[in-house]
Design a protein around this ligand. Structure first.
Ligand SMILES: O=C(O)CCC(=O)C(=O)O
Ligand SMILES: [Fe+2]
Length: 373
């Protein structure tokens, strides 16, 4: 039996995911005991589940293991006389946020079963953490804000150069002219890494949210995404609900006909739609067909009741949207026009992160992209 971090990153906050790997033939159904720092917890995963899968994933609610926001967590699993190797991780959280969320998170079990659902946290949702008191009222009311000229010229030009090289060389199967997004370019140790680690962006987000926001991914587009109207929350969920944001960066002036981004003013105030809103089972094996038919029409309906704002950003401008704000990529009216841009999603440092659509524990972001485990 062995355990490993299911996300091979060094810094975690809120919750993290581990995988317990065992050989089904050898599994004898012994009692498992998890040792986390000084504490011991029985691991309650039923026998059939264990027998059917050689890899069992579960989450650890770090709010149970730490008595201060930052610290080392070491853990191993005891399995009869056998014991897995010890794993050590460093948890980091924003102090203010951590202390606000901790009392509520202590009501949940230390070992979090998967899949996770919005309803797990629903009873705790009354405790919404207010956004930064220094945020513009337009951000609070509209659900988005444009910050002009946040990305400097040199970085922007290098990002364009890298994006052109990458797309023209067919990186990971990308076909020139396609609307597809290119994931994880910040892992290449280039301009996108600098964007991922940008302190200029984080400084603005700290002002808007009052706590440190950390990026979890980059999604880069050479052409318009043509994505239908949607909210990101069901895919990138937090407890409390409002602790995620999208950051949209324009690398070039957005041209008419290139499939500009639209945002829907005030739509972030609408109900947070989750799988349980529609009594849908979690998405399995990437099959979003049921998801599409239910969510898409409801999102379109809400969008039609709000004002659409077309985001014709200038090169270097950044648009920040709140977790539940509806947005869409318009159809590309002129297929030759590029719309070089990048989206990052940020989570508040210390917010428990999960993906309501799949029930998975989320990767909650960290700053250092080097030393990948
Ligand atoms: O850039 C776009 O057109 C939309 C991207 C988007 O919705 C996202 O990345 O969350
Ligand atoms: Fe989105």
């Amino acid at each position: 039996v062995k355990i490993e971090l299911a996300y091979p990153y060094k810094t975690v906050s809120g919750m993290f995911k581990v995988a317990l790997i065992h050989e089904p033939k050898e599994w004898r159904g012994e009692e498992l005991e998890i040792h986390i720092n000084e504490a011991r917890y029985p691991l309650r995963i039923d026998g059939n589940y264990m027998k059917a899968n050689s890899r069992v994933e579960f989450g650890i609610n770090t709010y149970h293991c730490l008595s201060k926001p930052d610290g080392e967590i070491s853990f191993y699993v005891q399995c009869g006389s056998r014991q897995t190797p010890q794993i050590n991780v460093t948890a980091s959280s924003d102090h203010d946020l951590w202390s606000k969320i901790r009392l509520e998170m202590l009501k949940l079990p230390c070992l979090v079963g998967l899949p996770l659902d919005f309803s797990t946290f629903e009873s705790l949702q009354h405790q919404i953490v207010p956004l930064g008191s220094t945020a513009e009222s337009s951000f609070l009311e509209d659900g988005f804000i444009v910050i002009p000229q946040l990305i400097d010229e040199d970085l922007r030009m290098r990002a364009i150069e890298e994006l052109d090289d990458i797309t023209l060389s067919g990186y990971r199967g990308y076909i020139e002219g396609d609307s597809a997004r290119i994931e994880h370019l910040h892992m290449l140790d280039g301009a996108f890494t600098e964007i991922f680690e940008s302190t200029a962006i984080r400084k603005e987000l700290k002002r808007l949210y009052g706590v440190e926001m950390l990026p979890c991914q980059t999604l880069t587009y050479k052409y318009g995404s043509q994505q239908g109207v949607h909210s990101d929350f069901v895919h990138l969920s937090t407890y409390p609900v409002n602790l995620m944001c999208g950051v949209w960066i324009a690398f070039e002036d957005v041209a008419v006909g290139a499939g500009e981004l639209s945002v829907y003013k005030g739509s972030h105030m609408a109900k947070y739609l989750t799988m349980s809103s529609f009594r849908l089972p979690k998405v399995r094996n990437g099959d979003y067909s049921k998801f599409r038919t239910t969510f898409d029409s409801e999102w379109s309906r809400i969008a039609s009741e709000t004002e659409e704002v077309k985001a014709f950003l200038r090169a270097g401008d950044v648009l920040v949207w709140q977790a539940n704000l509806l947005h869409a990529g318009n159809p590309r009216l002129d297929n030759k026009l590029t719309r070089k841009s990048c989206v990052l999603h940020y989570f508040a440092n210390g917010a428990p992160v999960y993906y309501d659509s799949t029930g998975d524990i989320g990767f909650s972001g960290r700053m250092n992209t080097s030393n990948r485990a």
